[in-house]
Design a protein around this ligand. Structure first.
Ligand code: F6P
Length: 604
């Protein structure tokens, strides 16, 4: 009830051309999209006075998609849709080596046209342009959203709020190149004169997941692996002391640099871990100021915080409040650990890949625009077909951390319940994302994907392996074996297997219901040449922009994250209580409910 007061919220809203009418006095209840199993399921209740609603769901374009779903999609099966060759050939797009096949979505060519109409009604392209210009589209924090500027080419003109953003970005990148080269060449040594071989990056959320995904992706890539020979990069994210042990037990502090990564430099987990590692360094080398100077550096927007911690400004690699934490991997957040481990050139190739996708997103027509297509498909599956969960399956072990990164990018961005105007949304937004590399996922949760709930899937495959193995005498290589699954699973999900097909295989009648696959389960397939720094940059930007497209159409703010605050505040109260009871023998205060008080009492 506290949200969505139209009159007080309106000044915050980021106005978009032609979408909204007058303010509503009350807000419709949130309703789930209609169930997907029955073609005759009821449509979500429209606002009582559509003309007065400011919601995208009140537009004729939304209504047209609802009618199309009921009349066409609910009565079609992917098995039949895939037989229409002209449809299947049309549902494909590519950019700079990245192929997107979306023929296995529950869409026709008409669905896509209607989705493009919806995008126009939502002023999608106007919003994308506003983001690129540096308008303050993150209205609740009054900030620009400029992560694309982090990978713009040197010299690209971008002045925002009177500041030459490109010059600032490249100033920091040049400093990172110089520093990482000094460390890698042995010019910058530890306090006791030893060469630095190890890096522990301390950070959490966006200050960890993106760099970790890139690190894992490059570990086995030939050129990157060569550049990293004899070096170790680890990430300490969890405040759990067990994570400290796992990261430090076999490293020599005298050969280790600690990179403290925190946009705000106020995050408790990171501050606790940074202090623990400072003690670890001091225990090994004494408390001389040289220890922190030679072994600790930081990436942050908070220069005061880093200096209070004891890190001098020349060892801080800044970024800016217009970089959201989950969109920060292209800033010093990713640049420093990745360039320390793999050299700056690798990181630059990563930026180039992201830049290629940025330019494509900003300029390609919607019909051929990969992030727009994937974003609109997301809106369709979530808000119209009611599929609230989505799975990501990279068919390479090198991308094992990519699903976790996409999970934060998407769920922290689009896990919202009000529009930019503060109105409660009356349509489902924000998917639950999860995933695992193939083929491991197939032997874990694919049973549910084939026979349980319908979960739209993204399959990511590569033409070449980072590690091609061809056994003599084997008909297919190990990589072919992997890729065979990448091709087979989407068809199995889409086509399923009919009772007749099962009977033809000689299955007994009792078994038929158990071995029949209903199919009609949507997926997209992305095919790329090779998993390397460049293609990782492309994938990163593709998924960042998919999230933005969905948020723009839903008219929510994908760039704030107020939802993580409440738990943090409550943890402070618990932390104080633990201290008071444990060290001052004070009773557990009445301000905790009986449930929390009981377990807290037991813990203490
Ligand atoms: O969990 C919330 C969050 O603010 C994320 O958005 C962010 O990526 C993470 O915490 C870490 O924040 P910081 O970089 O400020 O330490």
């Amino acid at each position: 009830a506290a949200v969505g007061c139209a009159s007080t919220r309106r000044p915050l809203a980021w106005r978009s051309a032609g979408l909204h009418g007058a303010a509503t006095a009350s807000h419709p209840q949130m309703v789930a999209a209609e169930p997907v199993r029955s073609g005759a399921a009821p449509l979500p209740t429209p606002p009582s006075d559509p003309a007065a609603s400011r919601l995208i769901s009140a537009t004729p374009e939304w209504a047209a998609l609802m009618a199309h779903k009921r009349d066409v999609i609910d009565v079609s099966h992917l098995r039949d849709l895939l037989l229409d060759e002209s449809r299947t050939m049309a549902l494909y797009a590519e950019h700079d080596g990245v192929s997107l096949d979306y023929a296995r979505q529950r869409v026709t060519k008409d669905t896509m046209h209607l989705l493009f109409d919806l995008a126009r009604a939502a002023n999608l392209q106007g919003k994308m342009a506003a983001m690129a210009r540096g308008d303050h589209i993150n209205v609740t924090e009054d900030r620009s959203v400029l992560h694309m500027a982090l990978r713009a080419a040197k010299g690209d003109a971008l002045v925002v709020d009177g500041v030459d953003v490109n010059a600032e970005v490249w100033d920091v990148l040049d400093r990172i190149r110089a520093f990482t080269e000094r460390v890698r060449s042995g010019e910058h040594r530890g306090a006791t004169g030893k060469i630095i071989k190890n890096v522990i990056a301390v950070g959490i959320g966006g200050s960890y997941l993106g760099p970790d995904f890139v690190h894992e992706a490059l570990k086995t890539e030939r050129d990157a692996a060569q550049a990293a020979a004899g070096r170790t990069l680890r990430f300490l994210s969890n405040v759990d002391p067990v994570d400290v042990l796992r990261n430090t037990r076999d490293l020599d502090p005298e050969e280790t640099v600690v990179v403290v990564i925190s946009k705000t430099f106020t995050t408790r987990e990171t501050k606790v871990n940074a202090k623990t590692l400072r003690d670890w360094l001091h225990d090994a080398m004494g408390k001389s100021p040289d220890v922190v100077a030679q072994h600790m550096v930081a990436c942050s927007t908070n220069m005061e915080g880093t200096s209070d911690f004891g890190i001098s400004p020349e060892n801080v690699f800044p970024f800016w409040d217009w970089v959201g934490g989950r969109f920060s991997v292209c800033s010093s957040v990713g640049a420093l650990p990745i360039a320390l481990q793999y050299g700056f050139d690798s990181f630059e190739r990563f930026l180039e890949g992201a830049r290629s996708m940025d330019e494509h997103w900003q300029t390609a027509p919607m019909e051929r625009n990969l992030p727009v297509l994937m974003g609109l498909i997301g809106v369709w599956n979530m808000s119209f077909l009611g599929y609230s969960t989505r799975a990501l399956h990279p068919y390479t072990e090198a991308l094992l951390k990519f699903p976790a990164h996409v999970q934060q990018v998407d769920m922290e961005s689009n896990g919202k319940h009000v529009t930019l105007d503060g109105d409660l949304v009356d349509y489902p937004v924000g998917e639950v994302d999860f995933g695992e590399p193939g083929t491991n996922g197939q032997h874990s949760f694919f049973q549910l994907l084939h026979m349980g709930q319908t979960v739209p899937c993204d399959f990511i495959g590569f033409m070449e392996s980072q590690n091609p193995i061809c056994e003599e005498g084997e008909p297919v290589s190990n990589h072919d074996e992997l890729v065979a699954n990448f091709f087979a699973q989407p068809d199995a999900l889409a086509n399923g297997k009919t009772a007749e097909e099962c009977r033809a295989e000689g299955r007994s009648e009792e078994l038929i219901p158990h071995v029949t696959f209903l199919g009609n389960r949507p997926s997209v397939s992305l095919l790329l040449p090779l998993c390397n720094a460049y293609t990782c940059g492309q994938l990163l930007a593709l998924y960042e922009h998919r999230t933005a497209v969905e948020g723009f159409v839903w008219n929510i703010n994908s760039f704030d994250q107020w939802g993580v605050e409440l738990g943090k505040v409550l943890a402070i109260k618990v932390r104080q209580q633990i201290n008071q009871t444990r060290y001052h023998n004070r009773p557990i205060k009445e301000s905790f409910n009986a449930s929390t008080a009981r377990l807290l009492d037991r813990f203490l």
